[in-house]
Design a protein around this ligand. Sequence first.
Ligand SMILES: Cc1cc2nc3c(=O)[nH]c(=O)nc-3n(C[C@H](O)[C@H](O)[C@H](O)COP(=O)(O)O)c2cc1C
Length: 198
Amino acid sequence: MTGRLVSEMASALRECSPEEIRTECCDIREVQGDGFDEETVAVIAMPAYIGKLPLPGIEALRSVSGGKAMTVTAVSYGGRSYGNALFELRDIAEECGFTVIGAGAFAISYMAKRGSSRSSLPAMDTAAIVEFGKAASGKIRRLGGCEIEGLRIKPAPLEVKGRKPVHKISRLSPGAAAIAQELLEKLSFRRKSSEWFL
Ligand SMILES: Cc1cc2nc3c(=O)[nH]c(=O)nc-3n(C[C@H](O)[C@H](O)[C@H](O)COP(=O)(O)O)c2cc1C
């Protein structure tokens, strides 16, 4: 999901940038503390587990300094509900100094990804990721369109639905959580499709 979003945004931004645009994808746990600035566009993505962000992801993100980099946040989820994960990611990223201009939640079919014949869904909602990537790049172009800092349009605070979650899941063992998840996948219908906020 992250790689696809990054490549979509990079190709849309290359169309309008006179300067070379380089991309780099890495595990957030390996990101150095202060490598971001206003010349960087950051894409921060994590999976949603029981409607929340994984605690190691939160911990790693909290150690990074965003330097006001224009940022797009994204969560992947199994197609039922991403709960408060997207809200929480936007919130923490802002606290760390990133300027979040877009946020999206994208359905990934766990069963299709594992090659299960019981899944009629694609492994990843690529169409939504591509659409979001193009729209987010358009917003970045509009916001960054002026050389003079003082004349640039300031982004309005991004509204994402949700609230701050409580991390009870951290008390479950990952093995037990995965078994519970598989059971839930078998029993539940897909209720939500990918959605994004700009
Ligand atoms: C422990 C666990 C909890 C999960 N909870 C949810 C959930 O609450 N809602 C949902 O739609 N998908 C849920 N999923 C599915 C994951 O969000 C999905 O498999 C993941 O985003 C795919 O990314 P990954 O391959 O990086 O894990 C859960 C998966 C696991 C393993």
